[in-house]
Design a protein around this ligand. Structure first.
Ligand code: ATP
Ligand code: MG
Ligand code: MG
Ligand code: MG
Length: 477
């Protein structure tokens, strides 16, 4: 079942059940506290919080999402993309728990010939919030699930709030069991590789106050209008339905991976580290394509910095696969062809998109070339003086002035038989970050959570920290 077909089945099912089908919002949000649309709920927040009356009681959509906080997972887990599509259905004061559970279960388990997704009931597990007896009972009643396949988890895992006074409520998640080849028995509470989360149902039923953290607050009482918010990962369903090992091997992503394989002359499936690189490239190229198509352009801060980081990580991964020449024209074209049916703009706007991609790759390859020359000289000097370690300040200078990533410095030094004083490098990085933070603090901030912007802005023009920093963005889920 192709990815597009799964999306269509989802929309058809909810349309048949009286949901208004809403087009995907842009990856770029109107909400200044969020860098990107990180979940299907983002465009619906005004309706969910009651700030704006919902124009329809029920809606369903396929929402484009970017989650940079999953970037380190990409290629390592089977299920995390920096770009992915979230299928969602919504009730604004209309149906509640029973409806949400019934719809989800029916769509997942009804046969393909009936328009369903054809999951076998024995492969599905669910989790509920520990005190949510109502949800647990509904799962037994509606799905006939035995109690041992309904696991109870705490607030950390199964509760939703914005971290602000307002709506909140328990979640219930649906998991697919990939079987013993993928890990341990015992359900999602035990192993999240074998038991892959596919669908998250959020039951917004309480009003909360005295919010001390996202999971520590006081419940005032029931919301006058209870809402349903759900999110199902399209790529996750796709890799399961397509019988492949992970989301990077699905029909919308795999063609990029295959092109990278061709360009590198290496094989996919022969070496674990290479395989991770192939998957990272497939993911990041697609995410970059989609960001460019939503109008984001490479920059040293904010959204453009995320895009730049994704593209540079792809270049870097190709280089580690032995390719020094430009590859973006081919990789991006492969991604365009895989995505154009779902998002025609990647083709109609191809001229503009590819210009940015090609220019960014050229610039970064030049940076790499310039940094390599400086690094080669430093290596030579160190060797001449009988040393075996490249100093921290040298590595920092390369990073800070030439935008030369530390992992590349480490790799090249190692090839030359040298080590790098990593501790000294790290402490220089820390000093710089603290300076940046102090600087940022002294400036007035307009919004509550601007940590991502702050770090990026503070790094200024020439600094590229994408290989050493793990930023998390403000999220609502
Ligand atoms: P996980 O625990 O696997 O990281 P999550 O709990 O962070 O997932 P939610 O925030 O509940 O995910 O998002 C709803 C659904 O969106 C998930 O059930 C999953 O199917 C999908 N999803 C979430 N993050 C990703 C991602 N990075 N790539 C692909 N699909 C995702
Ligand atoms: Mg997650
Ligand atoms: Mg989860
Ligand atoms: Mg979840």
């Amino acid at each position: 079942m192709k990815t597009a077909e799964i999306a269509q089945r989802y929309l058809d099912y909810f349309e048949k059940n009286d949901h208004t089908i809403v087009p995907s919002a842009s990856l770029v949000t109107d909400d200044p506290s969020l860098l990107f649309t990180v979940a299907g709920m983002v465009p619906f927040i005004p309706y969910l919080t009651g700030v704006v009356p919902a124009p329809y009681p029920r809606a369903a959509d396929v929402q484009k999402c970017i989650r940079t906080n999953d970037i380190e997972e990409v290629g390592h887990t089977a299920r995390h993309g920096t770009f992915f599509q979230m299928l969602g259905n919504w009730s604004f004061g209309d149906y509640f728990k029973e409806g949400a559970i019934s719809y989800a279960w029916e769509l997942l388990t009804s046969s393909e010939s009936e328009g369903g997704l054809g999951f076998a009931e024995r492969d599905l597990w669910v989790t509920v919030y520990q005190d949510d007896d109502e949800a647990a009972e509904l799962w037994q009643k509606i799905a006939g699930l035995p109690v041992e396949r309904i696991q109870r988890l705490g607030r950390e895992d199964n509760y939703w709030s914005t971290g602000q006074p307002g709506p909140a409520g328990p979640c219930s998640e649906i998991y697919f069991d990939r079987g013993p080849a993928y890990g341990r028995e015992g359900g999602p509470a035990v192993d999240d590789n074998r038991f892959t989360e596919i669908w998250n149902l959020v039951f917004m039923q309480y009003a909360i106050t005295n919010v001390r953290s996202k999971i520590d607050f006081d419940i005032i009482g029931d919301l006058p209008a209870k809402n349903i918010d759900t999110g199902m990962g399209l790529e996750r369903v796709a890799f399961i339905k397509q019988g492949v090992d992970n989301m990077y091997e699905t029909d919308q992503v795999r063609p990029v991976l295959d092109r990278a394989v061709e360009l590198s002359g290496r094989r996919y499936g022969a070496d674990h580290e290479d395989d991770v690189r192939f998957r990272v490239i497939a993911d990041h190229v697609r995410s970059s394509l989609m960001l460019l198509s939503d109008g984001v352009t490479p920059a040293n801060d904010g959204r453009g910095y995320i895009l730049r980081r994704l593209m540079r990580r792809s270049v870097r991964a190709m280089r580690l696969l032995g390719v020094d020449a430009p590859t973006f024209p081919e990789l991006f074209a492969a991604s365009r062809d895989a995505m154009k049916d779902a998002y025609p703009v990647v083709e109609t706007d191809w001229q503009r998109i590819s210009q940015y991609a090609v220019a960014e790759e050229e610039t970064f390859l030049r940076t790499l070339a310039a940094g390599s020359t400086i690094l080669d000289l430093a290596v030579e000097d160190t060797k001449k003086t009988g040393g075996s370690t490249l100093s921290g300040p040298e590595a920092f200078l390369l990073h800070d002035t030439y935008g030369f990533p530390i992992d590349l410095t480490l790799e090249i030094a190692e090839e030359a038989g040298l080590s790098v004083d990593r501790a000294a490098f790290d402490s220089l990085m820390l000093e710089q970050r603290n300076r940046a933070k102090a600087d940022a603090k002294s400036r007035k901030r307009a919004f509550a959570d601007q940590s991502v912007y702050r770090d990026f802005r503070a790094h200024g023009e020439t600094v590229f920290t994408g290989y050493t920093d793990l930023e998390t963005e403000s999220r609502v889920l």
